[in-house]
Design a binder for this molecule. Structure first.
Ligand SMILES: [Zn+2]
Length: 236
């Protein structure tokens, strides 16, 4: 039976069937023995058996972002246009897992004034702070809930939710911090793509050393629906 609300809030590994076991042969040397499981209730895929030495969902590419600024700016163009289309420049915006602050800096350039960032990776957080993003904090969303002067108009999770241990709890907090008419903007690697369908564990964005969750379109939809969040726009 499929339970619509189950996004693997359970830690019971017996409810998962094995989707992938990584061998020790090339190119999987770093993933050897790791397992991605599929929840028998909701179909969600999760990194179950971790490589304790290398597994780090909080690793960041902050340095890489800084050295590839032009490329990153281009990559963020679709996000920027969604934000600019929907929100005025006095909107309160939180970027969760803002890394070195590339997206926030681009929003600042476009005239946005009330920008908040939170980043659990210390190195990346310090880079964001150094680039003049004053309302950037070290930690997770929880660490700024008392600092924000009012409810937010937008909370962004750009390639972050797949790193969060408990996405259910995370979105509950985010929805409490959002204003009545507020928006969530979520981007995740989507396993409903042709590369994953044909190449399985060879799909580059699986990245089991840092991704806990491997979302498909329906998984994210169910997660949002379980928090009574309406889906306004979907880019697959
Ligand atoms: Zn589940």
């Amino acid at each position: 039976m499929i339970r619509a609300s189950c996004i693997c809030s359970t830690d019971d590994k017996s409810l998962f069937s094995i989707a992938h076991t990584f061998p020790s042969t090339s190119p999987f040397e770093n993933y050897a023995g790791m397992v991605i499981g599929r929840c028998s209730r909701c179909g969600m895929q999760k990194t179950l058996r971790k490589n304790k030495q290398n597994f780090d969902p909080m690793q960041s590419r902050g340095q890489w972002y800084l050295h590839n600024e032009e490329e990153m700016s281009r990559a963020f163009t679709p996000l920027l246009s969604i934000i600019k289309r929907n929100l005025p420049t006095d909107a309160y915006i939180i970027d969760v897992g803002c890394s070195s602050g590339t997206l926030l800096s681009l929003l600042k350039k476009d005239g946005y004034e009330n920008l908040w960032g939170v980043e659990p990776n210390k190195k990346a957080y310090l880079q964001a702070k150094k680039s003049g993003l004053t309302n950037t904090f070290h930690g997770t969303l929880d660490s700024i809930k008392k600092k924000l002067p009012r409810q937010a108009d937008l909370v962004i999770y750009n390639h972050v939710l797949e790193h969060v241990p408990k996405p259910q709890e995370e979105l509950l907090l985010a929805s409490k911090m959002l204003s009545q008419e507020g928006y969530l903007l979520i981007g995740v690697p989507n396993r409903d793509n042709i590369v994953y369908q044909f190449r399985g564990m060879y799909w580059e964005s699986l990245m089991p050393l840092e991704h806990i969750w491997h979302f498909g379109t329906q998984d994210l939809e169910r997660l949002l629906e379980s928090h009574k969040l309406a889906i306004l726009e979907k880019n697959v």
